[in-house]
Design a protein around this ligand. Structure first.
Ligand code: GTR
Length: 415
C-alpha cells in the first residue's frame, strides 16, 4: 500500500512538472513593466530622480506584492563569540558568533560560522551567505557545532528527517571553498537558514515569527523575506567587527537562498555586492517567461516563501506590476552578479540573464556601461561590465568552486 501511494505521488509530481514549459518558442508574448516610468506616468531621466522618486516605488511593489514587508516589532540583539580550534589549518581562523535576537515573546539564536584569513594587515571584505544543512556541513572542522535546528537535505548529506547528524560534517564543503576564499583575502560568514526561519509551511509560527504577536498580513513577509532580514542582522554584526571591512560585505546565495540574497541586497543597501547563484523563479529569472518553474508552481510547492498577495498572480504573471529586472535595478549603483548553470532549466538560465540585461537602463542613469548583448554569453565564458556580471556554467543546479572563482574575480574588480 505504501509503495502504491509513493508511486501515485511520484506520478502526480511528474505530471505536474511535465505541464511546465521548457520550449522557448512557446513563451507567451509579454511586455515588461517600464523601469523608468513612475506610477504617475512621469519619465525618470536621472539617477537623482530614480533615487528620489522611483526606487522606493519599485521597492514597495516587491514588498507589497511579492516578498512581503517586515512588520514593526521590537527586539534586542546580543552577540557572543566562541573561537574554534581549526586543527592543522593555518591559513584561517574560525569562530562561531551567536547572534541572539529576543523580545518578551521569545528568542532565537543565529549561529554564524565566521572564517577569516589568519593574517591581514587591514580589515577584510567578507562574503555572507545562508546554508541549507547547517554550518557543520559547510566545512570539515570537527569542532563546528552540529545544528539542532531544522535543515534541508537528504541522507546522502547526513540529514535525517530534517535534522543534521554527525555524518553531515563537511558534506557540502565543495559549495564553500574556504581555502580559495581566504587565499584571495576574503572572509566567509555563513548561517543555517533554519536558524532564522525553518523552511516549511507552519503558518508562520516558528523561527523569527515566534517573536511577533500576529501572523503576517497578506503583504507581510514570507520565509524568503525572513531569511533576508536575518542576513541584515548578520550584517549588523559584521559592520561592528573591526577585523572586517563592513563596507565590503557581499551577500551571496544559491537557489532559494539566492532569492533571499537578492531580496536582502534590494532591501538593505548596506550590502556592497549582491550575488545570485541559480536562484531561478522568484529570484533572478523573469516571471513573465513562464518557462521552467512558474509563479503557480512555486507558490504551490512552497506556499510560505512569498507573501500571500503573490499567490494572486498564479497563472497571471502578466498582471504583476513588477518583474525581476526591477529587482536587479534595485541593486544600482552597487554591483550585482548573476550565475546560471546550463542544465538548470528549471531555473530558466536565459530569464536569469535577461533580468540583469533589462535592468541596464537604471545602471545607465549612473553612467555605467551595461551588458550589451540581449543574448546570454556562451557557456563557461563569463561577462562583466562596470556593475553587472554574469556567467552560465556547464553542469547542473549547484554552487561550485568555478562559480566562486568568478564571484571573487568580479568582487576584486569592484574594489
Ligand atoms: C526547488 C525550487 C526552486 C529552488 C530549489 C532550491 O525545488 O523549485 O525554486 O529554490 O528548490 O532551493 O534548491
Amino acid at each position: 500500500m505504501k509503495s502504491f501511494i509513493q508511486l501515485f505521488l511520484l506520478l502526480s509530481i511528474t505530471a505536474s512538472l511535465s505541464a511546465q514549459n521548457y520550449d522557448e518558442s512557446k513563451i507567451p508574448d509579454y511586455t515588461l513593466p517600464d523601469l523608468l516610468i513612475d506610477k504617475n506616468g512621469g519619465s525618470v531621466t536621472s539617477a537623482d530622480q530614480w533615487e528620489q522618486r522611483r526606487r522606493d516605488e519599485v521597492l514597495s511593489l516587491f514588498q507589497q506584492q511579492m516578498y512581503g514587508g517586515v512588520p514593526d516589532f521590537n527586539y534586542e540583539m546580543a552577540y557572543q563569540s566562541r573561537p574554534l580550534d581549526v586543527g592543522r589549518a593555518t591559513a584561517y581562523t574560525q569562530e562561531e558568533v551567536i547572534i541572539s535576537i529576543s523580545n518578551d515573546r521569545g528568542a532565537i539564536e543565529l549561529n554564524m560560522l565566521l572564517t577569516l584569513p589568519a593574517t591581514s594587515e587591514k580589515p577584510v571584505p567578507v562574503f555572507l551567505g545562508l546554508n541549507f544543512q547547517g554550518n557543520q556541513a559547510t566545512n570539515s572542522n570537527p569542532n563546528i557545532s552540529v545544528t539542532d535546528n531544522y535543515v534541508i537535505g537528504s541522507d546522502q548529506l547526513g540529514v535525517i528527517d530534517n535534522r543534521a547528524t554527525e555524518q553531515s560534517r563537511g558534506s557540502r564543503a565543495s559549495r564553500w571553498p574556504v581555502d580559495l576564499i581566504v587565499s584571495e583575502g576574503y572572509g566567509l560568514a555563513t548561517i543555517n537558514c533554519g536558524d532564522i526561519d525553518p523552511d516549511f509551511d507552519d503558518d508562520f509560527k516558528n523561527g523569527i515569527h515566534s517573536l511577533l504577536e500576529q501572523p503576517p498580513l497578506a503583504d507581510q513577509w514570507g520565509t524568503i523575506a525572513a531569511w533576508a532580514w536575518g542576513l541584515s542582522r548578520a550584517l549588523d554584526y559584521l559592520q561592528e567587527d573591526e577585523r572586517i571591512d563592513g563596507r565590503k560585505v557581499s551577500v551571496i546565495g544559491h537557489s532559494r537562498l539566492g532569492k533571499a540574497a537578492l531580496w536582502a541586497g534590494a532591501s538593505d543597501q548596506r550590502f556592497a555586492l549582491v550575488i545570485s547563484n541559480d536562484s531561478g523563479c522568484g529570484g533572478a529569472a523573469l516571471s513573465r517567461r513562464r518557462i521552467g518553474e512558474t509563479v503557480k508552481a512555486i507558490n504551490t510547492s512552497f506556499p510560505h516563501w512569498f507573501c500571500k498577495n503573490f499567490h494572486l498572480y498564479n497563472d497571471k504573471e502578466d498582471k504583476l506590476p513588477l518583474d525581476q529586472h526591477m529587482l536587479m535595478a534595485l541593486m544600482a549603483p552597487r554591483p550585482v552578479y548573476v550565475a546560471s548553470a546550463v542544465e538548470d532549466e528549471w531555473a530558466d538560465p536565459k530569464g536569469e540573464y535577461l533580468s540583469l540585461y533589462k535592468a541596464g537602463p537604471v545602471f545607465r542613469l549612473y553612467q555605467f556601461k551595461t551588458l550589451s548583448a540581449e543574448t546570454p554569453p556562451a557557456v563557461d565564458s563569463p561577462v562583466a561590465t562596470d556593475r553587472q556580471g554574469y556567467h552560465i556554467r556547464s553542469g547542473g543546479h549547484n554552487l561550485t568552486p568555478y562559480d566562486w572563482q568568478q564571484f571573487i574575480k568580479f568582487a576584486g574588480s569592484q574594489w
